[in-house]
Every structure is written in structure tokens, then in C-alpha cells.
Write a protein that binds this ligand. Structure first.
Ligand code: SF4
Length: 336
């Protein structure tokens, strides 16, 4: 067997098959899974209850190495960004964002992105490919930092790589895996309705919908996905679902100066999200070189928040982390 066969990314049934095929039907596969994920970094030989011959077999035939960042940058705010390269030479990035009581890893689900949002560096650099489960988990373990939250808000549209994102989340949340509660994982999406429906049915984690404008033509001008899945249809579909405080639904609204930051935008957003059990995150635009968009001033941001609040919406003005190392929202390009 090829020693380069890697166990990271395999789920419990796959690990069970590996053990059975090697003639060890009666050992507990969850001990192997636990060593891989909960005790990441421990050698396979440390599974003391496995027979010595099995430990030797695993050590000799399988690797548990993850991809390591080929470049690491640290922001003045403490954020650390890692650049990863897979065996095909595709580049992708992850960021570790420390805050009080919260250590978040922001992971990429794709190298590049095919959705071409105008305000996003990733989208402006095209699509290179989906990341597999090993590559997604490598970002989490390879940064070698403690974490208690995972957000799929790096490069790519997570629901466009549904199967690999789902399997990664299964490993992160399983009792035999990392055992992270679903409520500490958030998927951010532009709103691909069929996959969003699947995510609601099959994943129990939080969902963050990229809204950015309540007006069809305007949203279309910055988010081509609006042509296929208009935000009004996304919201109608979401209004028919049940969300609880354990599973949060939020809307991300990127405030761009003199584009979507007016009183009428705030009023219309309030109307659109009326009666939804949701939260609005206002994010101030982070300028990227290829676009002429700018960031609104503080009073405009505050006024926007107040109008939403007056319409009964819960709102947070979210601080972007890692701007100086291009790790903030919409800034990841996966370049050296
Ligand atoms: S915002 Fe998300 S979906 Fe849009 S281009 Fe960027 S990575 Fe893709």
C-alpha cells in the first residue's frame, strides 16, 4: 500500500472499511477517528488499545500530515493569514481571527470562485477548482492555532462545493471527530436556492446570506447570481423555514459609499427582512484595487444601523479583521 495514503478527511465508515480490509473487523474505528481529529497531531501508535500489529500497519501505510501554509502573515490586530497550495498548485487562504472568548478560523471552500461578485477580490480572479475535504481540514489544522468557531467565509461559495463542505462539517461536528457544536460553524452564501434548501435540511450550522442590496437591478450589478436566484426568492424560501437561536440566520450587508448606504436602502432592507428571525451584520467595504468603490463614513453607517433598528431588526456593525494583510472580507485572492 502507498504510504502517501492520507487518513485526514476520511469519515468513520471509511476508517472502519480500512480497518476491516486490513483484517481488523473487531477493533473500534472511533478510536482511530478520535486520534485523527480530536487529538490531531498524536501519532497513530498512541492508540494503546489497538494491537501492536495494527498500530504498526497504520504507521507504515498511512500518513496523517496536513498541508502546511507556504506563507503566513500576521496583522496588527492579531489576525493570522495562511496561504496553502495543494498538489495541483492551486492556492487558497485561511485566516485565524482572535477575539475576546472567540477564536475563529475562516476557511476557503474553493480555490477562486465562479460567482464574480464585483466587490470581492476572490471573485475577480476567477475559479480554479473545488477544495476536497483534506484541503478544507488542512486549513483548520495547518494553521496550528486554537479555535472554537469555524466560518466558511474565505475564498469560494461553500454551497457550490456542497458535498465536500458537508463532509468537512460532519467531521468537525461528529462525536468521533472534532466535536464542535453546529452552532459554532457558519456558512456564508450568496443564496443558491437548491443547495440552500439542502443545507437547511442536512446541515445544522448557522447560515449567513450575502444581501448587499435590497433592489434587484442594483444587486444584479454587483452580484451576477441575482440573475439566477433573486434575493426576493431566496428570502421567500427562507421565510418558510424555521430558525432557532441555536441555529442562527443572518444577513451580511456590505456598506459601499454612495451605492447602497442610503436611507431608502435601509428602509427597503427593513421591509424585506420584516418578521424574520434573523440578524443583520453591517460590514464596511474594504477597498480592493480593481474597483472604485469606497467605504461610507461613520455617521452614514450609524444612521443605516438606526433605521434598521427602528424597523425592529437586530443589527451588528461588524469589524473586519486582517485588512492590512488582505485577510478581511472580500480580500482573499490566494496569491503569493
Ligand atoms: S463574495 Fe463569495 S460568492 Fe461572491 S465572488 Fe466572493 S467568494 Fe465568490
Amino acid at each position: 500500500m502507498d504510504k502517501s495514503a492520507n487518513l485526514i478527511g476520511k469519515n468513520l465508515p471509511q476508517l472502519s472499511d480500512i480497518l476491516s480490509n486490513a483484517g481488523y473487523q473487531n477493533v473500534n474505528p472511533s478510536l482511530l477517528a478520535h486520534t485523527l481529529y480530536k487529538k490531531f497531531g498524536r501519532p497513530l501508535s498512541s492508540i494503546a488499545t489497538y494491537p501492536k500489529s495494527l498500530r504498526q500497519f497504520l504507521e507504515e501505510n498511512f500518513s496523517t500530515d496536513v498541508l502546511q501554509p507556504i506563507l503566513k502573515l500576521q496583522s496588527t490586530d492579531g489576525t493570522i493569514k495562511g496561504l496553502f497550495e495543494n498538489e495541483d498548485g492551486k492556492l487558497f487562504e485561511a485566516a485565524w481571527i482572535p477575539a475576546v472568548k472567540r477564536m475563529t478560523i475562516c476557511v476557503s471552500s474553493q480555490a477562486g470562485c465562479r460567482f464574480g461578485c464585483k466587490f470581492c477580490s476572490t471573485g475577480q480572479n476567477g475559479f480554479k477548482g473545488n477544495l476536497n475535504v483534506y484541503e478544507i481540514l488542512s486549513q483548520i489544522f495547518g494553521l496550528q492555532k486554537p479555535f472554537n468557531h469555524i466560518v466558511f467565509m474565505g475564498m469560494g461559495e461553500p454551497l457550490d462545493n456542497f458535498a465536500n463542505v458537508k463532509k468537512s462539517i460532519d467531521i468537525l461536528t461528529a462525536w468521533w471527530g472534532v466535536s464542535l457544536a453546529h452552532r459554532y460553524i457558519t456558512i456564508s452564501t450568496v443564496g443558491l436556492i437548491p443547495e440552500l434548501q439542502l443545507a437547511i435540511e442536512q446541515l445544522r450550522c448557522n447560515l449567513a446570506i450575502s444581501l448587499h442590496s435590497p433592489f434587484h437591478n442594483e444587486r444584479k450589478s454587483i452580484m451576477p447570481v441575482e440573475n439566477i436566484y433573486p434575493i426576493h426568492e431566496v428570502i421567500s424560501m427562507l421565510k418558510a423555514q424555521k430558525f432557532t437561536p441555536k441555529r442562527r440566520l443572518s444577513f451580511e450587508y456590505l456598506l459601499i459609499k454612495d451605492f447602497n448606504d442610503s436611507k431608502s436602502h435601509a428602509m427597503e432592507t427593513g421591509k424585506l427582512l420584516k418578521d424574520m428571525e434573523s440578524h443583520v451584520n453591517l460590514i464596511v467595504y474594504n477597498p480592493i484595487p480593481s474597483q472604485n468603490f469606497g467605504a461610507p463614513d461613520t455617521s452614514t453607517i450609524e444612521n443605516f444601523r438606526k433605521i434598521l433598528n427602528l424597523q425592529g431588526l437586530r443589527v451588528t456593525i461588524r469589524k473586519s479583521s486582517g485588512y492590512d494583510i488582505s485577510a478581511a472580507c472580500g480580500m482573499m485572492t490566494g496569491s503569493r
